[in-house]
Design a protein around this ligand. Structure first.
Ligand SMILES: [Zn+2]
Length: 489
């Protein structure tokens, strides 16, 4: 569908971005660290639906209660405390987190609220030990500029992250407390976006702004939810679109699904759906009603004085201009087209981080911005196949290049094998680089066995034959040098 067609079906999109801040927890002094090691304790709980302020029970809460499951909470003695377990009232708000969130708000042109009441938002899936999430409405009424078009920012909230889900079945859900309480800034745009491509651009732009502030990096530290409706029908919320790149496909698939429902005169549910890595969505739960917020009485009102806000305003981080970024990448020896591609793919920071691995800039750029695209085109794959290519994976690949375990020329094979089998060590093994000695032996053998055939050929052609023969097992440059050395003998 094109932009005109989206207009015709009255597509309205809003996005909500949740970004973890790089500070200690919001209402206790525990560090914001996620752990994989053995837990120190487990606590079992059951949830009961309680009435909201207006005396109405939340339909989502009742739905969860109906399922009657046990929640198990796992924690650590040294990095989680009684606040996460909801056995001690919350401590004073983390000033550092508040400051970072205000920076984000001001960079998105929002107006901070002077007096802030911390609220409790009912959470029914057990992911908060208290049965609610603490949230505060920090600022409102801003905008982000997307190619000259203003997309409204409705609100900036500062809130606590929920527990991490470890396991779920019909009887119980196991949660880990390490993530509970990590400060999150929640950015909600107005439903001003009218096509999927602009939704992606908005998410990428907000991501750029976030990364100039002190936020956590890497997988799972940023989450995108997408709200959408067509033809003024019910609103659908799609939770957890993993990458901005997937927003377009997810929306296209959901629009198609809703149009089909309408074609068969079926109603569109007012519901929350979960985004899948392949761009499809599955039903999660009914959209929670309005009876879900009430004041947090354990925390006093927060007053933001003008001096505090002005100081943040006067020290906002700088956003780099696109032209400057491209110039900087070019200065590292990358041609302008590739530099633009890196920028467009939102990989500037990744590129700059990976350069620290000490591999030449051309190989680094090729690894992140050229090879994935060529694999995608060659094997007709879609974006969802490439989500596994995280910064950590790229780092491991470059490390293997540095240690000469794999050759620069085998990167395409390494990545393709990894995407297919998700086993990086194995794809390194499959594409193992020949040692200098073995390479020389192979070349010598070839030259001797084909002595007659190649005696009249130019050196360049001979090198070319060997490069083709040893593809992925050695770097072309090394082969060229060895052929030259051996033929001179
Ligand atoms: Zn704590």
């Amino acid at each position: 569908m094109d932009k005109e067609e989206y207009k015709k079906i009255g597509l309205k999109i809003g996005i909500e971005i949740h970004q973890q801040l790089d500070s200690n927890k919001l209402f206790c002094e525990c560090p914001s660290v996620l752990r994989q090691d053995e837990v120190d304790f487990k606590v079992k709980r059951k949830l009961k639906a309680v009435s909201g302020e207006e005396g109405k029970k939340d339909i989502a809460a009742e739905y969860e209660q109906f399922r009657d499951r046990i929640f198990v909470y796992e924690g650590y003695n040294d990095t989680t405390c009684l606040v996460e377990l909801d056995e001690e009232p919350p401590h004073e708000i983390n000033k550092n987190a508040l400051k970072i969130a205000l920076q984000v708000a001001l960079m998105l042109n929002c107006k901070p609220n002077e007096i802030i009441q911390v609220m409790r938002k009912t959470v029914v899936d057990g992911s908060n030990t208290s049965g609610f999430q603490r949230t505060l409405l920090l600022a409102q009424d801003g905008y982000v500029d997307i190619e000259g078009k203003k997309i409204g920012i409705q609100s900036i909230c500062l809130e606590e992250d929920a527990c991490k889900k470890i396991l779920e079945n019909e009887k119980e859900v196991i949660y880990r407390l390490d993530r509970l309480g990590i400060p999150l800034v929640e950015i909600a745009t107005a439903p001003d976006i009218d096509n999927p491509e602009d939704a992606k651009k908005t998410a990428l732009r907000i991501g750029e702004i976030l990364r100039t502030c002190k936020v956590k990096r890497g997988l799972g530290t940023i989450r995108q939810d997408v709200n959408m409706s067509i033809l003024n029908k019910e609103r659908t919320e799609i939770k957890g679109v993993q990458e901005p790149e997937l927003i377009v496909k997810t929306l296209e698939t959901e629009i198609k699904r809703q149009k089909e429902l309408l074609d068969f005169k079926k109603p569109i549910g007012n519901e929350v759906r979960k985004a899948n890595p392949d761009g499809t969505t599955t039903f999660l739960r009914p959209l929670p009603g309005k009876a879900r917020m009430y004041p947090e009485t354990d925390i006093p009102l927060i007053i933001l004085d003008k001096k505090f806000i002005d100081e943040i305003k006067n020290n906002l981080p700088k956003i780099r201009l696109k032209e400057d970024i491209i110039k900087e990448i070019e200065q590292k020896g990358i041609n302008i087209e590739l530099a633009k591609a890196i920028l467009q793919r939102g990989q500037v920071e990744l590129f700059e981080n990976l350069l620290k691995m000490g591999i030449d800039s051309k190989t680094t750029a090729r690894l992140i911005a050229v090879i994935p695209d060529s694999i995608k085109a060659h094997y007709k794959l879609d974006d969802s196949n490439f989500i596994v290519l995280t910064e950590e994976i790229f780092e491991k690949i470059l490390k293997a290049v540095k240690k000469e375990e794999i050759s620069k020329d085998s990167l395409e094979n390494v990545i393709y094998d990894f995407i297919m089998n998700k086993d990086l060590e194995n794809s390194f093994l499959k594409n193992k680089k020949l040692s200098k000695n073995d390479l020389e032996k192979e070349i010598k053998k070839f030259l001797e066995e084909n002595k007659d055939k190649i005696s009249n050929l130019p050196e360049k052609t001979i090198s070319g034959m060997l490069i083709g023969r040893l593809r992925g097992k050695a770097d072309s440059q090394e082969i060229i040098e060895l052929v030259d050395k051996l033929l001179k003998k």
